[in-house]
Write a protein that binds this ligand. Structure first.
Ligand code: ADP
Ligand code: MG
Ligand code: MG
Length: 889
């Protein structure tokens, strides 16, 4: 194997091997841009070193050979006393990673060569400044000396001289500082600062390798799901000097504004400075535009190079450069990070410039960015009082009254108050409160804490781990830094996108992107800003590209209409249980309690017109588009009062000798219906088979509603969906009854309804016998929530709170399988069932209606396995459309 590549040998596509920095240095070199010569040690070398604990012998030889070549090219030798070559040793993994070793500049300087450098440059001050920087950086990053010690010594030197900036220190001061720094190294590291230049270089290279396994780097990789076995590359780059006087300097720039995408000159420049000085904020930088005045020739060349880079990478780039005595050098470039809004704008700008096509544009944005743009935000212009900052765990802007327990959260929200649930950390008992709250704030825990995981799952704003806040749940208060006390009922505002916590009400403004989807803002109109225009166009690109259709999970006309505005092509899941709540509960209770056939029929008769009306409204809202209605699914006890509450009521009535016959009957029913594992109990199709008339009532309501819409010249397209089927026999029985009812309605109304009947695939057995089930089903809808529960044997309502946090922390999965589909397990059942189903019935319609329908990664999977549509909550529809488009690129 080859462990070392000269900059002339690599290219930008070799990031795996050369790391991002090395690959792009090579690319720029080959574009003919002025890059100081150098070479890159591969990630393979790093891996070999980390595996064996020592540098492979070949690596040493290859480095020597490349160093020889570099020395020959530069006409100097590394650290040579009279005319030294100096290099930087720079880390550079495939992904840029905080926690990795920083760069060491000026390697090759020693007590001897510092004199040579001074003579060579004709500048004493410069040479000693470079030397002290080397000892400082090397001491800190390679030898592990506390950096503050150097900083303090530097400050002391400035103070002694009564100057404020380092450029005011003269050669003699810096010389003294070097002596001081060497002493610090000796005491702290227990060794002398190495005078042998090759030893300096080798130690720095090893330190870069070792930093791959530093704690912070490891933690970062786990959080960002970057594999641990990639290793890092190391770049050895000949030094150019920005600290050679006023005609030298260093800077950073973007080829366009990373916040808005606008073209222009964005960057910072610092005269007479080296590398990190710009970011470190040691002296004030000037805007890049100033460079035009300082050094017109370099400025013009830089503008030219920036254009070359944009045209070459066809994207926004960020760059690092240095000017050495009027000569411009490029030290780094990469495709630059940008805000979500800029990603959309830049993608469309590049299309307009003819640099990329629509398909490529779709790869430049993603659903997570779009989702981020859809959250309401705090008004930027508002005056705010920030009191803390935690981890931005789940985006959004939430305002409400502080409450410190779940019970109060529920109580207050029932009476119409908006609340923020504040806890030290949350646990499963807080679930009701979390649902009731506008947002959740905790003072403990990270991105995988209970609060964070659950809030993200619910799409609820959450800031967690805001450690400066002292939460006292017993006394229902929170103390913020500075001692101010927030009592229960005081208003607070939290920003789940930035992690900031504010006192009082910060005004919230709706996202312009949502205003656009809602039809309240129009692209091209005067008030439409560029962002809306860009989103509008990207959605059109996605819609043109995608094969997957996108439907909504919606139970009422209001949601259905919003879903349509957001681009839904039908309803993929209408849950009928929501139609059994509220004032209809009584009817449902009576149905469950019915002792006689007559009683049961009575209550079903009461429910029929109500259900029918629901469907009429839904069909009207979704006129012309398919509406999949799931017959009743949840266990019946969910419609009955809570057992404890009921027991208390009965006991109370008894002691007061009040009549309580009804409560008693209810309590008996609750006991009768109690199940150890309701999730695996009497629910779904089992209800239909056990409670006579229930499913047929629902089917009749659907059929009559469809007939009514037809009579009104509407175009209802109902699809009846049977939940929790495990075997084709269940489906056959239900179908037979349903077909009969439909035929009756058709005859009575004289219309042909063309209702289709299908099933959910949400049990492993259903997936495994999908070929048989397809004989009785006109469509399958994968219920991936239940399928995930049953395939893993997890109860969704319990695990997220109990052991998921531990699982996520241990890396057993990077993301909850309820959030992103588990492709290997659950996904392979989906694949198998889709295939078997279509073998039986080639025109079988396939969709998915679990939460995964709106998850970007899962959407790509469903596209790949050939489903016809995904269904998700109305708010996720734009994300699903965009990702479906991206999946098809
Ligand atoms: P990072 O990944 O932290 O940006 P870099 O390797 O890019 O680290 O280097 C840190 C700073 O040192 C940057 O400003 C870079 O431009 C500068 N630098 C790196 N190598 C050289 C060199 N050979 N000559 C001059 N400056 C350099
Ligand atoms: Mg850099
Ligand atoms: Mg289900």
């Amino acid at each position: 194997v080859k462990f070392v590549y000269d900059f002339t040998e690599g290219n930008k596509d070799l990031k795996d091997l050369l790391g991002g920095k090395g690959a792009n240095l090579a690319e720029m070199t080959n574009l003919g841009l002025p890059v100081p010569p150098g070479f890159t040690i591969t990630t393979e070398a790093c891996k070999t070193y980390l595996d064996s604990g020592e540098e492979p012998a070949e690596l040493r030889d290859e480095v020597s050979a490349h160093l020889d070549a570099l020395e020959a090219k530069m006409g100097k030798k590394l650290g040579q006393a009279d005319n030294p070559l100096l290099v930087s040793v720079r880390s550079g993994a495939k992904f840029s990673m905080p926690g990795m070793m920083d760069t060491v500049l000026n390697i090759g300087l020693s007590d001897k060569s510092v004199q040579g450098l001074a003579k060579q440059a004709g500048d004493d001050r410069f040479a000693w400044d470079s030397y002290r920087r080397l000892i400082q950086m090397f001491g800190k990053t390679v030898l592990g000396v506390d950096g503050e010690l150097f900083e303090d010594a530097l400050d002391a030197a400035k103070a002694a001289k009564k100057v404020t900036v380092d450029t005011e220190l003269e050669a003699a001061d810096l010389k003294k500082l070097v002596t001081k720094f060497k002493k610090i190294v000796k005491t702290e590291a227990g060794r002398d600062f190495p005078q042998d230049p090759r030893e300096q270089m080798d130690l720095a290279i090893k330190a870069v390798f070792d930093s791959w396994n530093g704690d912070r780097a490891k933690l970062y990789r786990r959080q960002e799901r970057i594999p641990h076995d990639l290793g890092t590359a190391v770049n050895v780059c000949s030094m150019v000097f920005g600290n050679l006087g006023p005609d030298s300097g260093t800077g950073v720039a973007f080829t366009r504004d990373p916040a808005s995408g606008h073209q222009g000159v964005y960057g910072d420049y610092l005269q007479n400075a080296q590398g990190e000085d710009v970011v470190a904020g040691i002296r004030n930088t000037v805007p890049l535009a100033e460079l035009e005045r300082i050094d017109k020739k370099s400025y013009d060349q830089l503008m030219q190079i920036m254009e070359t880079l944009e045209n070459h990478y066809k994207d926004l780039c960020d760059i690092e450069f240095t000017i050495e005595r009027g000569q411009l050098w490029m030290l780094q470039t990469r495709v630059g990070k940008r805000t979500a809004g800029a990603a959309f704008r830049i993608a469309t700008q590049l299309v307009d410039q003819g640099l990329i096509d629509e398909a490529e544009a779709l790869t430049r944005v993603n659903g997570a960015q779009l989702a981020q743009l859809m959250f309401p935000r705090f008004d930027d212009s508002a005056k705010v009082e920030q009191v803390g900052r935690g981890i931005a765990a789940s985006p959004g802007a939430a305002v409400g009254k502080a409450v410190f327990d779940s019970y109060t959260a529920v109580k207050w929200s029932r009476s119409g108050e908006k609340v923020i649930l504040i806890r030290r950390e949350t646990n499963p008992d807080d679930l009701d409160g979390m649902i009731a709250a506008e947002g959740i704030l905790t003072s403990r825990g990270g991105k995988t804490s209970h609060a964070a995981v659950v809030a993200r799952g619910m799409g609820k704003t959450c800031v967690c781990g805001a450690e400066e806040l002292e939460v006292d749940t017993k006394r229902r208060r929170m103390t913020v830094p500075g001692g101010h006390v927030v009592e229960e009922g005081d208003v607070v505002s939290i920003d789940g996108s930035s992690g900031k916590v504010y006192l009082g009400e910060v005004p919230v403004v709706p996202s312009p992107v949502v205003e656009y989807f809602e039809g309240r803002m129009h692209p091209g109109a005067d008030d439409a800003d560029e962002l809306v225009e860009a989103v509008h166009r990207m959605m059109a690109f996605a819609d043109r590209k995608r094969r997957l259709r996108v439907r909504a999970n919606a139970d009422n006309a209001e949601d259905a209409l919003r879903a349509r505005r957001f681009g839904a092509q039908g309803i993929g899941l209408c849950r009928t249980e929501h139609m059994f709540l509220g004032d209809r509960r009584e009817l449902v209770e009576r149905l469950i309690l019915a002792d006689t056939e007559a009683e049961r029929e009575e209550s079903l008769k009461g429910l029929l017109p109500l259900q029918k009306q629901d469907f009429v409204e839904l069909f009207e809202a979704m006129d012309g588009l398919p509406v999949t209605i799931r017959l009743l699914d949840p266990p019946l006890h969910e419609f009955l009062p809570d057992i404890t509450e009921l027991s208390v009521r009965v006991a109370l009535a008894e002691s007061r000798q009040e009549p309580h016959e009804n409560e008693l009957r209810l309590l008996q029913a609750v006991h009768r219906l109690h199940e150890q594992n309701p999730m695996l109990g009497l629910r779904g199709v089992r209800l239909g088979l056990v409670i006579p008339g229930l499913f047929t009532m629902q089917v009749r309501a659907i059929a009559e509603a469809a007939a009514e819409r037809k009579a009104a010249k509407g175009d209802p397209r109902a699809e009846i969906m049977i939940p929790l089927v495990g075997t084709v026999q269940e489906l056959e029985i239900v179908r037979e009854e349903a077909d009969k009812v439909i035929a009756e309605v058709e005859e009575a109304t004289g219309t042909s309804l063309k209702l289709s009947i299908g099933t959910m695939i949400e049990l492993p057995r259903a997936a495994l016998t999908a070929g048989q089930i397809a004989e009785a089903a006109q469509f399958f809808s994968f219920g991936t929530n239940d399928l995930t529960q049953t395939v893993w044997g997890f109860s969704r309502d319990d695990v997220e709170a109990s052991f998921f946090t531990a699982y996520l922390e241990k890396g057993i999965f990077g993301v909850s399988p309820f959030e992103t589909i588990d492709k290997d397990g659950v996904g392979s059942l989906v694949k198998l069932a889709a295939k078997a189903g279509r073998e039986t019935r080639p025109d079988l319609k396939l969709g998915v209606c679990g939460e995964h329908g709106g998850d970007p990664e899962s959407v790509h999977f469903f596209h790949e396995v050939g489903l016809d549509y995904v269904s998700c909550s109305p708010f996720r529809i734009p994300v699903a459309r965009l990702e479906a488009g991206r999946a098809a690129v």
